[in-house]
Design a protein around this ligand. Sequence first.
Ligand SMILES: [Zn+2]
Length: 368
Amino acid sequence: MTSKARAAIMTSPSTDLEIRQYPLPSVERGCILVKITCCTICGSDVHSWTGRRSAPTPIILGHEIVGQIAALGEGATHDSGDRPLNIGDRITWTIMDNCGKCYYCREKGLMMKCRHLKKYGHDSCEAPPHFIGGFAEYCYITPGTCVIKVPDNLSDEEVAPANCALATVVAGWEAAVVEPFENVLIQGAGALGFYAAALARHYGCRRIIVSDVLDHRLEFIKAFGATDILNVKGMSDDDTIQAVRDLTGGFGVDCVLEVAGIPSLIPPGLKCLRTGGRYVEIGNSSPGADFTYDACDIVWRRLTLKGVHNYDARHLQMGVDFLAMSRDRFPFKDLVSRRVSLDNINEGLRIADSGEAVRVAVLPELPS
Ligand SMILES: [Zn+2]
């Protein structure tokens, strides 16, 4: 194996990433060295790159990663589902490494809120092992990470977004407690919205209404189970609320999932709920997302508002299983519509920022 490998480093926001070499780490007990085969660009990578979200520097961004096992540390023998691991196996893994011993890990079942949390693609790469992000040739997996072997029928591009976008939506779906035949509104036709629509169809929802401002996304999401699409560009909040009520017998939807990350969508979204409805807030994951709402409406109409940030290991496994069992039903493979090499990472980030592609894949081995 080579002793050095390449990574795209962000030294400060709003500047181009630069390719650097770091020495590959020796693989310690319980750790895994992965040769990255694909990393998709998440919206939060773009937000970090443009400075809309703060990130420590220098940093290797990218967390929607899939790759092949290059080296296994002593004791790293099985994945989270007890399947044996071997050199060359394709794996995905949780976005976080958690300690398993703190108050939130042990007592409250909130591994994503571990007091000693590390997140791939979110922490500084200054110190060894350096390779802790996805825009690189290798990634170093530490023992507190839940690793999942990728089923053979899934391509790298299909499975890469599972460990952020899809697993988060699965966690949000669980929080929403949606029953078959219920009506849902999905605010936002980004990657999370596409997965949410497919889950809603899979779980037997009746009306699956998706709102966004991009016509091409809304047309595309019909293939993922959306029954009704609403382009809310230029629509007043009252018109949006009325349109949702018209589609649901005048009552409003049972559940709303907010996956656009736009705080001004929350008040009209709450109004789109029927009495007793549930609102799951997922998209606004950067501070400053204030909104104003009449609390009396929440009380009188018995509304529930839940926040979901990241996910638990089981949600990633459920997401991978969902992809494997429904890849013939929904065109997950088409969510990635653009590809760049590691050398062209900056072009990839610009494409992702434009909204043209739901996901852009960074493929280390693609010739530049
Ligand atoms: Zn992400």
